[in-house]
Structure formats: C-alpha cells, structure tokens
Design a protein around this ligand. Structure first.
Ligand code: SF4
Length: 466
C-alpha cells in the first residue's frame, strides 16, 4: 500500500503538536458489551498477531465462524503457535476468570478451545484448562492494539469562535486548502488502515460487505449492522436463495420477533408471512443469538423514517441480490469506475422496501429510492476510496472532486469555530474531502482541548505551515 504524501505531513504536524501527550486509545472502562468486543475481535480490529501470556508468538490464520449455538464463541478457527497450526475454537471473555466462573473448564463443549482471549486478568496468574486438563494458550487483549479511529464517542465542542480563526483569516486560500487537504488525506489513511486490517482478517469480500453494511447503519446503528454481517457472513449467506437470505437477515436482527402481524397493513402481512415461512426453519439454529443479551442493540430514537434500520436492512438484502456488480469493481483499483459503481447502487430496488419505511408503517405514497445519492457518497467516502486509494494513489484526484455530503452538526461546528463569519468558511466545505479534513482537525484539536482554546497549539502551529 502506498502512503499519501500530504497525509504524512499532517500526521507529523499533529504528532508534533501532541508530543508528550498520551493519545489515549480507548480504555475498556467504557461501557462496551461482550458482544461488541467479540465483533471488534472478529473484524480483525485487534490485529492477527499476538504474544501469549507465556511469551509465545501466535498468529490467527483463520478467525473461523461466530457460533450461533452453545459452546465457545468462535468455531472452526486456526491459529499458528510455535510453527504449529492448531484448529479449533476461540473463546473471548471480559475477564480471564470468567472461564471458571462460567464452568467452561468442566464443560466438554470447550475441550476444543485452542485460544482463550480476555481483557482483564487477575494479579496472580490464572491458567485456562479444559475438562481434559489441557492447558489453553491465553492472550490478553489491550486497548492499544486497536487502530486509531475506533474510539468511544467523545463529547462535542461548544459553538464559539476559536482562537485559530485569527491566524486562519490572515492565511491565503491556498495555504488553508493545503492544511484541510492534508488533514483529509490523513483521515482517509486512518480509514484505509482499519479497512485493510479487516481485509487481512476476513478476506476482501467479507471486509467490504461488513463495511458497506455498517454504512447502512448511519452513525447510530453501525455496530448492529457490523454484527449482522459477521454472524451472517458472505460465504454462508450467498449460498442461500433470496427468500431464505432475507428471512435470515430479519430474523437474526430480532426485528421479526417483535412485530405482530395483526398490527400491520395487508402488504406487510404478506411480506411477514413470506419471511416467517423461511425463518421458522432457520430459527432454531440461531438460538444463542436470539437471547436478549445477544440481540443487536438497535438505536431507534430520533431516527428519520427513511433511515430506519429495518428499511436499511431491506437495502442490504437488495445489495446481496446484486452482489456481483457491487463487489467486482472493488476487486481491482486499476479497473475502478466510480460512475458505474454509483449506478449499480442507485438502481437497487425491492418489491416491499421501496414503498415501506418500517414493518409497522403504512405504504408510502410513491416509491422511495432504497439507496440514495447521500448513502452512495458515504459508501464512496468510507469504503470504496479508503479501500482503493492506497492501491492506486491517482484515485486521490478523483476523491478531491467528490461533492460534500449533507451538512452535519460537527462540520457546522468546525466551520463556526475555525472561520466564524469569514465567508471562506462556506467555500471550504463544498467538497467531501474538505468536510473530512475539517472533521479531522475538529476531532484532533477542538475535541482534545479543555481550555476554551487558550492552550490549543493549533493557532501557533499554523504559522509554521508553509
Ligand atoms: S480548540 Fe484549537 S482548533 Fe479548535 S477552535 Fe480552538 S484554537 Fe481552533
């Protein structure tokens, strides 16, 4: 993968600014559920090479499949330890002692565990043993193994004119644009690193499928969409016909169980009958995932009808029906055509979801695009270009021309703080890369600052930007 030159410059600028400051990758004191940690592990976010608690190098050769029944969390995994490949299961617990607390050590179903992962360990060493008294290698996962960008949500900064607005006002357009573009390159590189780590763990198609599914989750439901894409991986879901696939998606999401047919309008009733006719056959094999604490945590408050996750799940089902034209252009950066890819998404439709927002809504007056321009832009910004630009840096020029996404609150705040009433503030947010650059500066500086700008190093450092 090739690095983008301006991204390096911004990274140096930023690291110099924060030298001596602990960057603070996420700590697990944050309210992260076991299921979310499993999802991070399974996507390869922690990496694939580790050192066991007794100092041996271990590599994950195959992350396996997420177990839908009783027993260890992941099955059919392969690890390489001491040049020896071990095949079996992987168990991930918040604390090493959960192995005994949950009596895994006496449970034969755990006899094939080849690796025990945990986030906390007691002061005195705890050994993981199976019911056959075999010692299981252990790996302690740490927050600093995660790539930058997977951070707990931070607060927003207040809307006031920043101290940097004065030096920025004195800078010519080209210099301001150069800083914003550098920050945008840096942001794209961070996204690329995360995505390519996921490619290394799961394979390119699965990583892209998961990333596209996450984009359908908007900001609030990215995690549930990631979990669905991991539990129902491409290699399994694409073997099913469309009806079974859709039943599986809606069943494992938990949406089917919560809807009473009598509460719905006739077209929905018929759609539900179709889903249930397949789901009841699949349901038993997904027992563990239907337990309350295992269901994806959908966030449904303050969601616009068009962004409801049920409708977005319908969009994912439609994408899977046309998967080949969506994935093929992402296989080779030299054959990429943005226009063709965009079109393959915009034409997607669905006989039910084109006219429904949720399973409980009435029929819409007229069909609504399943995946609109804004969603495609998000997919370009968060999946296609982060995947392809490091493989063909000439695509950066194409990325620069992408128009801005719909304005969001963070971009507005960043412009307000950095530019105030300087009319150039609006000019510097017309393109997608400008929005991305402003967001990066906002997150790197404004959200790290606790001094109402007084101690923020950004204004002083700006003077050194040639
Ligand atoms: S915190 Fe720094 S970057 Fe943000 S507005 Fe204040 S001076 Fe500018």
């Amino acid at each position: 993968m090739t690095s983008l030159p301006l991204a390096d410059r911004y990274a140096r600028f930023r690291s110099a600014v924060f030298s001596g400051v602990e960057e603070g990758l996420p700590g697990f004191d944050e309210p992260t559920t076991e299921m979310e940690l499993q999802s991070l592990w399974f996507s390869g976010a922690f990496g694939s090479e580790f050192t066991t608690t007794d100092g041996k190098a271990v590599r994950i050769a195959d992350f396996g499949v997420w177990n839908s029944g009783a027993g260890p969390d992941f099955n059919d995994c392969a690890i390489v330890i001491d040049d020896q490949t071990l095949r079996g299961d992987i168990e991930l617990d918040p604390d090493a002692r959960d192995w005994e607390r949950h009596t895994h050590g006496a449970n034969e179903a755990f006899n094939h565990v080849v690796l025990h992962l945990f986030l906390h360990a007691p002061e005195h060493r705890f050994f993981t043993r199976t019911s056959e008294h075999r010692e299981v290698p252990q790996v302690l996962l740490r927050a600093d193994m995660l790539p930058e960008g997977i951070k707990p949500k931070r607060r927003t900064a207040s809307a006031h004119l920043g101290r940097c607005a004065t030096p920025l006002r004195d800078m010519d357009d080209a210099r301001v644009q150069s800083i914003i573009e550098s920050a945008a390159q840096h942001r794209l590189e961070l996204k690329s690193k995360r995505l390519h780590r996921s490619v290394a763990a799961q394979g390119r198609e699965q990583a892209v499928y998961q990333a596209l599914a996450q984009t359908l989750g908007y900001r609030k439901n990215q995690q549930p969409f990631a979990i669905l894409a991991q539990r129902l991986p491409l290699k399994k879901i694409t073997q099913l016909d469309a009806a079974k696939r859709e039943a599986w998606l809606f069943g494992v999401s938990g949406f089917l169980e919560g809807v009473r047919s009598d509460d719905t309008e006739p077209a929905t009733r018929s759609y539900l009958r179709q889903l249930w006719s397949e789901w009841w056959k699949l349901r038993e094999s997904c027992g563990r995932w239907l337990e309350d604490r295992q269901l994806p945590r959908w966030k449904l408050n303050a969601i616009r009808p068009g962004n409801h996750p049920q409708r977005r799940l319908g969009a994912l089902a439609a994408m899977l029906r046309s998967w080949k034209p969506i994935i093929a252009p992402l296989a080779d950066a030299t054959r990429w055509s943005q226009a063709a890819w965009r079109e393959s998404l915009l034409v997607l439709t669905h006989e039910f979801w084109a006219t429904h927002y949720t399973l409980l809504s009435d029929v819409a007056e007229k069909p609504v695009a399943l995946i609109g321009e804004t969603r495609v832009q998000e997919m370009l910004a968060n999946v296609a270009y982060p995947l392809l630009v490091p493989e063909r840096t000439r695509l950066w020029a194409e990325y620069l021309e992408l128009p801005a996404l719909l304005d969001n609150q963070k971009v507005r705040l960043a412009v307000q703080r950095l530019f105030g009433d300087d009319p150039r503030g609006n000019d510097f947010r017309k393109k997608l890369h400008q929005q991305q650059g402003l967001l990066q500066i906002y997150e790197d500086f404004c959200l790290e600052d606790d001094s109402a700008c007084a101690n923020c190093p950004f204004p002083e450092r700006l003077k050194e930007w040639g």
